[in-house]
Design a protein. Structure first.
Length: 317
């Protein structure tokens, strides 16, 4: 449980502000950041400008409609919602239902004891009663007691709402539009589109993601090997340079009286060669490290998605 909570915390923390994601946006390199953090980093840039990822430095183009147009990371957003629902994260909190009704004194607002999965609200016992009633729009909501297991309950029970119809759950995946849709969307805007049930589409995507992940993992292992070889080559090169330096110094001791100038020139050239080699080594290792960070990030994201994500999470991703 502690390990799962740690993974959730890591995945829901923005690498720029080190806080819980606020409107998480994904870049083409798969790194995710708060929208406000990206806006702060690129406040002097315009749409269609090319800018580097704050983590791996891989360039991407700002969408025509600005940073708002970047892909919203729905999977991370759900993990953020789950984390916010956890009592371990927030401890005792006031009832959000009473707060919305205009209670001014926070001391008079009762403490939340339940969590409505459908509304994403922490409620007191009195406010939770209407949510669990069958006469609620769409039927009774899923109301769970706040406790150490609420995070797991939310992961298991929380459905995916349709982007267009918030009171409907997505049930189909439209291959023509590459999006999850509800039955109402299917009947209206996707009537003649190629749509299948989400679990069927997820099975297909799961296999493809798994294949991609295996390819990435293989590349990660290969790069680990190449990094080791690069370090070994650099060490051997330094040894050779050191041996040459010693040889030059030994030769210089024998004929120092006549070739002091030549020895000085050779030593200077060796220093330049060593410096250039170190720069090249640093550049190679940096590229390997950036590639490793990108692919390991994709691997971690893929495993988390495959292990914990629901079919709708997979199809959204």
């Amino acid at each position: 449980m502690e390990a799962a909570a740690s993974v959730t915390t890591d995945l829901t923390t923005c690498p720029i502000c080190c806080e819980v994601f606020d409107v998480p946006k994904s870049l083409p390199c798969l790194h995710t950041f708060c929208l406000k953090c990206l806006q702060g980093c690129f406040n002097d840039k315009r749409p269609r400008d090319k800018v580097p990822c704050p983590v791996c430095r891989k360039e991407f183009q700002i969408p025509p409609d600005g940073l708002d147009g970047l892909q919203h990371n729905f999977f991370i957003q759900q993990l953020v919602d789950v984390r916010k629902a956890s009592s371990e994260e927030f401890g005792e909190v006031p009832c959000e239902g009473c707060s919305e009704e205009g209670e001014s004194d926070s001391d008079t607002i009762p403490k939340a004891t339940t969590y409505c999965v459908d509304c994403n609200l922490k409620l007191c016992e009195q406010c939770s009663k209407p949510h669990s009633h069958r006469r609620m729009k769409g039927g009774a909501h899923q109301v769970k007691p706040l406790g150490t297991e609420v995070e797991q309950e939310v992961i298991k029970l929380r459905g995916s709402s349709c982007d267009k119809h918030k009171d409907k759950q997505v049930e189909l995946y439209c291959h023509d539009c590459n999006q999850n849709i509800c039955l109402m969307c299917s009947a209206v805007k996707h009537r003649n589109h190629n749509s299948v049930e989400i679990p069927e589409a997820a099975d297909n995507f799961r296999s493809r993601i798994d294949d991609d992940d295996k390819t990435i993992l293989s590349a990660v292992n290969a790069l680990h090997g190449q990094t080791g070889e690069a370090k070994q080559d650099a060490g051997e090169f330094r040894n050779k340079v050191e041996n040459v330096r010693k040889l030059v110094l030994a030769t210089g001791d024998q004929i120092k009286s006549t070739v002091d100038k030549q020895i000085s020139d050779i030593l200077e050239e060796l220093v330049l060669v060593t410096t250039e080699s170190d720069k090249q080594e640093e550049s190679v290792l940096e590229r390997y490290q950036l590639a490793l960070m990108s692919m390991e990030s994709f691997h971690t994201y893929s495993r988390e998605l495959l292990d914990k994500g629901r079919p709708s999470d997979i199809t959204r991703a």
